[in-house]
Design a protein around this ligand. Structure first.
Ligand SMILES: Cc1ncc(COP(=O)(O)O)c(C=O)c1O
Length: 501
């Protein structure tokens, strides 16, 4: 078991003492150094202050660093994220000693979350902790909520129009990564990332042509390509979860000799959280250029690259000009129910994108476009809070696994909130892992270790075999939730194994 790079203590569900100087406008800490081991009063927040020479300001009150007092809370989400727990609020009447329990954006209670009607919360019984599908347990970023409210107040519920979404993504990418290559003039709004992938694959391949994927990989990569009548060819990731560049080059050669072919690249990679380096992507681009294989890069998780790693878009690397990139605010701002995404073409793929049929633009939801655009334009600070929370959760999960599930292997990813757990050395599960190969491509499959934990621990994970070769021993855990739920899930899993042992 490997610990997370950003270790966090379980005391993140805080015991710190805080006073509120006035409702919703500020928080002052008092005696925190003596009462808290790691109570984050304002959470970690980083403010990006401009494109060039980006400055970040991190404020954190934790243990010894608790001297900072009275800062205004910058956004409504932070206020929503602060819990002042009356039951723990101090010794007696009149005492103003509310306790900040957890100011991460993931501080939603199970009761609040169970009111949700989305797939994550309704696919299993009410006694199950759902840590499967890629939804986050967060409230909406306030700029998104405001954009939606304003649109509804206007009765602005018609069809999507224009390039505002693409322009917002281009500005976000320039500000966040210093990359100016997302050109709205070479973009198309699409219903969502996967339907966008289907449309792009239709532009550059025909029935029976090869689509290369790199398993273990997001199951719909199989399902959508096969439903489209394409032949999926697998080039598994290496043992250290990186692209197998020589094998990709070989496969491109073989596939291109038969006819048109495409590579569906996941950048960053779901489920391992691998962030492909500029050199790796350039190597893919060189092989693609040499063979004529067309690259369709799904970059939906790009804004969720965690501290310690740097994102590179496929369009940013030499040779990437013939590629396509699919982007969306859906994962990073938790908007999958507000359908919209954007396809960008490299300079040498623009003529192909221009062949996208008009009806594709009918698919995205106008409210989705407005929400995603607002997220990208005004949700940067909210995203920074989410990233800081995910970084803490990544560390917390490492600690929890080490303490309670020591035979589970996990190499923490550099991006996303998805943990790819390997149960191959868990003796109690030896009968369960490896089963379920026919479920390849089925994101809702309940097989292997995930099926066992659902039955015995009432924790729902995504089934590893659905992700293709390399997934037989694994299950995927979504850690975009509160520290309390994450701890409870690991505890349930540990207890279930103890009962089975
Ligand atoms: C890699 C990847 N691509 C696409 C999607 C789905 O995106 P959309 O809902 O925009 O199709 C997901 C969802 O988890 C994903 O992880």
């Amino acid at each position: 078991m490997t610990g997370g790079p950003g270790k966090a203590s379980r005391a993140e569900v805080g015991t710190g003492v805080a006073t509120r100087d006035s409702v919703g406008t500020g928080v002052a800490t008092r005696d925190a150094a003596t009462t808290a081991t790691s109570a984050t009063v304002e959470g970690e927040r980083r403010q990006s202050l401009g494109a060039k020479g980006r400055r970040t300001a991190t404020s954190r009150v934790s243990g010894v660093a608790a001297s900072r007092r009275c800062r205004p809370l910058p956004h409504r989400w932070l206020r929503a994220g602060c819990r002042f727990d009356a039951d723990l609020a101090g010794p007696g009447p009149g005492s103003v000693r509310p306790v900040v329990r957890d100011v991460s954006p993931f501080d939603l209670t199970l009761d609040q979350l169970r009111l949700r009607t989305s797939a994550k919360w309704r696919a299993a019984g009410p006694d199950v902790l759902p840590l499967w599908v890629a939804e986050m347990d967060v409230l909406l970023a306030s700029p998104v909520l405001e954009a939606l409210r304003e649109a509804l107040d206007r009765g602005d519920t018609g069809y999507a129009f224009g390039t505002a979404y693409a322009e917002a993504y281009a500005a976000f990418a320039a500000e966040r990564w210093g990359f100016g290559g997302f050109e709205p003039a070479r973009s198309a709004v699409v219903p969502d990332v996967m339907l966008g992938a289907v449309e792009l694959l239709k532009l550059v391949t025909g029935p029976g042509d090869v689509v290369v994927v790199t398993p273990p990989v997001y199951p719909p990569f199989y399902a959508f390509a096969e439903h489209l009548g394409r032949r999926v060819v697998e080039v598994p990731l290496t043992a250290d979860r990186r692209l197998d560049l020589p094998a990709l080059a070989d496969t491109f050669n073989t596939a291109a000799a038969r006819g048109p072919a495409a590579f569906l690249l996941c950048n960053p990679h779901n489920p391992t959280g691998t962030v492909h380096s500029a050199e790796e992507l350039a190597s893919v681009a060189a092989a693609a250029e040499a063979t004529g294989v067309r690259v369709v890069a799904d970059e939906i998780h790009a804004p969720l690259v965690l501290p310690g790693a740097a994102f590179t878009s496929y369009l940013a690397v030499p040779g990437g000009d013939e590629g396509f990139v699919l982007v969306s605010a859906s994962k990073a701002w938790n908007l999958p129910g507000l359908k919209a995404a954007v396809a960008f073409a490299g300079p040498d793929a623009a003529h192909d994108l221009a062949r996208l049929p008009e009806e594709v633009s009918h698919g995205p939801s106008h409210l989705g476009v407005l929400a995603h655009t607002a997220a990208l334009r005004h949700g940067g600070e909210w995203l920074d809070g989410v990233i800081a929370g995910l970084d803490r959760n990544r560390g917390l999960l490492g600690d929890l696994l080490a303490a309670r599930l020591p035979t589970v292997h996990w190499a923490p990813g550099a991006a996303t909130y998805l943990a790819w757990l390997d149960f191959g050395d868990v003796p109690e599960l030896s009968f369960a892992v490896g089963s379920g190969a026919p479920s390849r491509g089925d994101a809702s499959a309940r097989v292997g270790a995930a099926a066992w934990f659902l039955e015995h621990a009432r924790v729902l994970l995504s089934s590893g075999p659905a992700f293709g070769p390399g997934g037989e021993r694994c299950a995927r855990l979504n850690f975009a939730t509160s520290a309390a739920l994450l701890s409870e899930a690991v505890e349930r899993m540990s207890e279930a194994l103890a009962r089975a042992g």
